[in-house]
Design a binder for this molecule. Structure first.
Ligand SMILES: Nc1ncnc2c1ncn2[C@@H]1O[C@H](COP(=O)(O)OP(=O)(O)O)[C@@H](O)[C@H]1O
Ligand SMILES: [Mg+2]
Length: 389
């Protein structure tokens, strides 16, 4: 969708902002550009909508060299969000949001309707905020208006330059979550600039880690954190990259253990038989709708084997559970919160699929490096993960 081919930008004073840049952003993909101040992120971004022209190389959008596309026409296809939002101070929130539809000559009723719809989409009630002016909003609210405005004409591409950089950490996390939710519905092709590695790994399908004027590594967040391509990248992503990787690695089906399951209404002697044959020390207990109830220990069941009761008489409740796809960080935090040696994992229909143990969590973290896909030496990865954890 967006393709950089050997792009170099040298400014008039001789500063080489980026050199020999080649990478591609797929349609519907969110790529974050991350690196320290002055490494060329903004320059990269502004070349995509021709606010800056490359000195060498070319940039293709949808297969066409943008050097041959009128800037106005090009920008119509690209929403642009910057840190200072660039809202017009003397225009209302509604009018600011409708800026591009206005430029495109949409009739007034239609553009106001579109602006209301978008404010709603970014979590601002248009009947409350629509008639305010930008200085009557908080920083976080202004950023939301900035995002709404960029989306107004439904462009396929979004260029975002440190859009959440100026708001406090709590609001930023909130905006990030909302943006992720929005993106999962809209599937825009997004180039997102940030100097914050946490933000980059949290949002990016892939991230480009910049050194001075060049990309040092371009890969999925878990791979960058798990197998940094150079000492520079390892240093940039931080000594706690193992921990960061927890938050970008989802729980997958293959990570789970499958202990025996018994039902609340099962007779104890039957349950004891089942558990003895599997050799497990405990079993997961499901209710009659096959939903998670809790667990029961093999010892208790065997000891009570002579009674005529049911599993339900001895089962304990299990509160530590998560849906598949939750992050390993959530899993770890849930284990700590409930002081549990394992957590139950449910599918999207709340059916029990398996349990995650600390050992499986560690194995999942190693999987996340994508060793096979990247053809890395297994031993090397094992060492990595020993160092990390
Ligand atoms: N108009 C300009 N003229 C000369 N140098 C510039 C200009 N704009 C940016 N630079 C320089 O180019 C380098 C990259 O800048 P920039 O792309 O803004 O970095 P970032 O967004 O990563 O902080 C920096 O050294 C910066 O000082
Ligand atoms: Mg910048």
């Amino acid at each position: 969708m967006i393709r950089f081919e050997n792009v170099t930008k040298r400014y008039a004073d001789g500063t080489v902002a980026v050199e020999g840049l080649s990478f591609e952003v797929a349609e519907g993909e969110l790529v974050t550009l991350v690196g320290p101040s002055g490494c060329g992120k903004t320059t990269t971004m502004k070349m995509v909508n021709r606010l800056i022209e490359p000195t060498e190389g070319r940039i293709l959008v949808d297969g066409a060299d943008i050097a041959g596309v009128e800037p106005v026409e090009l920008r119509r296809r690209m929403g642009y969000v910057i840190q200072q939002t660039g809202l017009f101070p003397h225009r209302t929130v509604l009018d600011n949001t409708a800026t591009v539809p206005h430029l495109l000559g949409w009739p007034k009723a239609r553009r106001r309707e579109r602006a209301r719809e978008l404010l709603d989409l970014v979590g601002l009630d248009p009947s409350v905020y629509g008639d305010r002016y930008p200085d009557q909003l908080s920083g976080g609210q202004r950023q939301r208006v900035g995002v709404a405005r960029a989306l107004a004409a439904d462009p396929p591409v979004l260029l975002m330059d440190e859009p959440f950089g100026a708001v406090d950490p709590v609001v930023r996390e909130h905006l990030q979550n909302e943006f992720l939710r929005l993106q999962s519905r809209l599937h825009k092709t997004v180039l997102f600039v940030t100097h914050d590695i946490e933000e980059a790994v949290r949002l990016g399908d892939r991230i480009a880690v910049y050194g001075e004027g060049r990309i040092e590594q371009f890969d999925r967040p878990a791979s960058v954190l798990g197998a940094p391509a150079s000492p520079y990248v390892a240093d940039f992503v931080g000594a706690d990259r193992g921990l960061k990787r927890l938050s970008v690695t989802p729980i997958e089906h293959g990570d789970l253990e499958e202990p025996p399951t018994v039902h609340l209404s099962d007779r104890l002697d039957k349950a004891a038989e089942r558990m003895a044959s599997s050799g497990a020390r405990w079993a997961v207990v499901l209710d009659d709708a096959d939903e998670l109830h809790g667990w029961v220990s093999a010892g208790v069941v065997a000891g009570a084997g002579q009674e005529s009761g049911t599993v339900g008489d001895h089962a304990r409740r299990m509160e530590a559970w998560l849906p598949l796809g939750s992050s390993l960080k959530q899993a770890f935090s849930t284990m700590l919160q409930h002081d549990a040696g394992w957590i139950a994992v449910l599918d999207s229909a709340d059916r029990f699929v398996g349990v995650l143990t600390p050992a499986r969590l560690h194995a999942a973290l190693r999987r996340s490096v994508g060793a096979d896909a990247r053809d890395l030496d297994r031993e090397q990865v094992a060492l990595e993960s020993i160092e990390d954890s």
